[in-house]
Design a binder for this molecule. Structure first.
Ligand code: SF4
Length: 119
């Protein structure tokens, strides 16, 4: 049975996780100290997601780059396309924390939002 090692990043303890894929496809997790670790390993195996932080261009000389992030984790296969898309984003001031820069990126349901207010 294949085993995959992960480190849980759901809290600072960083438990070492072992995910085992059974012959019937069933997933079992060991090494976790709580249920969150089990959920993390299973999701990382079957549908990994990432919170992405980046910056986008701004027309204001005093703030040439504005920090942004995904409001919720984005499916990992979509990350490269998002980073490409962010190169085409140009903001104008003012912007506030939480302003949506891209809504529902590529149908993922994930918004890209500003993380620093600038005016
Ligand atoms: S398994 Fe639980 S205790 Fe361990 S790192 Fe993950 S969230 Fe923290």
């Amino acid at each position: 049975m294949p085993e995959i090692q992960y480190t849980c990043i759901s809290c600072p303890m960083g438990c070492p996780l072992t995910l085992t894929v059974g012959d019937d496809g069933a997933l079992t997790v060991s090494g976790n100290s709580c249920k969150r670790g089990e959920n993390y390993a299973k999701e990382e195996y079957s549908a990994p997601k990432r919170v992405i932080t980046a910056t986008v261009a701004c027309s204001a000389p005093e703030f040439p780059r504005i920090p942004v992030k995904t409001a919720t984790p984005l499916p990992k296969p979509m990350v490269a396309d998002l980073l490409k898309e962010l190169k085409n984003v140009h903001l104008s001031l003012p912007v506030a924390v939480g302003d949506v820069v891209i809504k529902n990126f590529n149908g993922s349901g994930v918004n890209i939002v500003v993380t620093r207010s600038c005016q």
